[in-house]
Design a protein around this ligand. Structure first.
Ligand SMILES: [Zn+2]
Length: 532
């Protein structure tokens, strides 16, 4: 029988060690039916032939940590794509408010601190263009927001409002709010805004899915699935519009205890073809740039001596061992957020506690971000069978490193950052993801940093931790498929596998650079779902 689709004329990475490349694949229905020279026998008059013209095709990428619903929704609201400075950002707020006269709140995300003095935009800038309605817009990393006077007044935030324990209100010399809210202070205003509806999140998810498909991503793990995001997945699947193959990580509420496990067990049953909420997201700490990442030793102060702050455990380590042991026994995968070396260790200790009580499991627990990993903990990933879930875009010497991180953790701990090479050499499994919308969803940019350890400029960050390109591509395909328990169908190329593929515009393994490479088409289950 002839194939529906044949891809040839270049190389196809298999992400399988025994035969890293094949010259062609033939697809029939949703499966790969032949690879290499035997593809010729599957050509028929109806076969669509894609000529790679020397370019590379890969298994569809699988993003092991991404937030498509909220990030897609951000793109449908007031967003700042294409803006480069304060005046273009203000113009965007004005245009969005004017074209949405019925919205009672103007909500948005994506401004950059670098556009404003001291990284803090003033409420006056928005007041000049929108004064009749509250405006609240998150910055690009989600750790701060820009509000207008109407929003601050609505929330009762004034000169006499105390800072919350986990945040700070930026103030004018007279103590009145300046317009920028940091961390937990955002919630003072946000809690009054209308919550995202399932309808909005469903539209956001569809937009987010389109963004992922554009980058060749055919499957992912959604790193925070709330009840309403779960509803959105089920709706999208019901409408026949869920294209990607998704595992959902349901949010563990750190303010509640083990009593929430029963709810998670119930919610796990609410699945759909293409969506399985079988993972649980446990947030263990914050981020290094604002000193909330949990560190084994204290942060350094301006004079390079130790402060009294070593960050925050979002879940107490003794409780964490109990929680992970219980989740593991219920068959859940634990998906940890861990940035600091104490948080990484807490995650490993908790899995160790679960292993000691429950024995080995096939739940495939994974620790995402793994920014600072103490050398003593590197080998424990393999020993405990914990997958290292890397967000490689951050592993470069950008201003977050030079200005906001390295001075406050010192040289030694800076050298322990993003130890992807060491983890692989120690036998750990490696998966990869973007953390979009904190970062771009562009896999090529991420692979580029994984390989070069440099951003657009600057010295490499810990170049000994660089991966070779095939290791990086394999982590982003087969590695993440393992995390999603999907490796029998996707993440690599062989006869019988699902036909999930990304076709690039070039062969970056030959020309040596991923930075400018783009995806020209994305195929899921044999269907072309994106074409440049
Ligand atoms: Zn995330």
């Amino acid at each position: 029988m002839s194939a529906d689709l044949v891809i040839r004329g270049g190389r196809i990475l298999t992400a399988r060690a025994e035969q890293p490349f094949v010259s062609a694949v033939a697809v029939q229905g949703d499966r790969i039916v032949a690879v290499g020279d035997s593809v010729g026998g599957h050509l028929g008059s109806d076969t669509r032939v894609v000529d790679l013209a020397g370019a590379l095709a890969t298994p569809g990428f699988i993003d092991a940590h991404v937030h498509p619903a909220s990030s897609g929704l951000d793109k449908l609201r007031c967003h700042f794509d294409g803006c480069t400075d304060a005046s273009s950002a203000v113009r965007r707020v004005f245009e969005y408010a004017t074209s949405n006269p019925d919205l009672t709140w103007i909500i948005g995300a994506g401004w950059s601190q670098s556009w404003f003095p001291n990284g803090c935009p003033s409420k006056d800038l928005i007041d000049a263009v929108v004064s009749d309605r509250p405006v609240l817009i998150m910055n690009t990393d989600g750790h701060g927001a820009w509000a207008n006077s109407a929003a601050l007044t609505r929330a009762g935030v004034g000169a006499n409002t105390a800072d919350p324990t986990d945040g700070r209100i930026e103030r004018l010399p007279d103590g009145s709010p300046q317009g920028t809210l940091h961390e937990g202070a955002v919630r003072l205003v946000e809690s009054l805004a209308p919550p995202d509806t399932v309808q909005e999140l469903t539209a956001g998810l569809a937009r987010g899915q389109a963004e992922l498909l554009r980058y060749g991503i055919t499957g992912w793990q959604d790193a925070i699935v709330s009840g309403s995001i779960q509803e959105a997945y089920l709706r999208l699947a019901d409408n026949g519009k869920l294209v990607g193959r998704v595992v959902g990580a349901m949010w563990w509420d750190p303010d509640r205890g083990l009593e929430q496990v029963d709810e998670l067990v119930e919610r796990r049953e609410q699945s759909a073809p293409g969506f399985a909420p079988t993972s649980v997201k446990l947030m263990l700490d914050g981020v290094a740039e604002n000193f909330t990442a949990a560190m084994l030793e204290p942060y350094l102060g301006d004079d390079s001596t130790a402060t009294s702050n070593s960050g925050i455990d979002f879940i107490d380590p003794p409780d964490l061992g109990e929680i992970v042991t219980r989740l593991d026994s219920e068959g859940f995968q634990c998906h940890f957020h861990a940035i600091g070396d104490r948080a990484v260790r807490s995650g490993l200790d908790a899995v160790q506690a679960a292993r000691e009580r429950n024995g080995p499991s096939t739940n495939r627990h994974h620790i995402a971000h793994i920014q600072v990993v103490h050398p003593d903990d590197i080998a424990r990933f393999a020993t405990l069978d914990v997958v290292a879930n890397a967000q490689p875009l951050w592993a470069c010497q950008d201003e977050y490193q030079t200005d906001l991180t390295i001075p406050f953790i010192g040289k030694e701990r800076a050298s322990w950052q993003y130890p992807f090479g060491s983890l692989l050499r120690a036998g750990s499994r490696l998966a990869m993801g973007s953390d979009w919308g904190v970062s771009t969803a562009n896999v090529m940019e991420e692979i580029d940093v994984a390989v070069t350890r440099t951003g657009e400029s600057g010295e490499p960050l810990n170049p000994g931790e660089a991966l070779d390109p095939i290791e990086a591509l394999t982590a982003f395909t087969a590695g993440s498929a393992y995390v999603n328990h999907a490796e029998d169908g996707s993440g690599s190329i062989a006869v019988g596998m699902l036909a999930d593929l990304a076709v690039l515009d070039r062969d970056p393994l030959r020309d040596g650079s991923f930075r400018d490479a783009t995806v020209v088409s994305t195929i899921v289950g044999g269907k072309v779902v994106y074409e440049a």
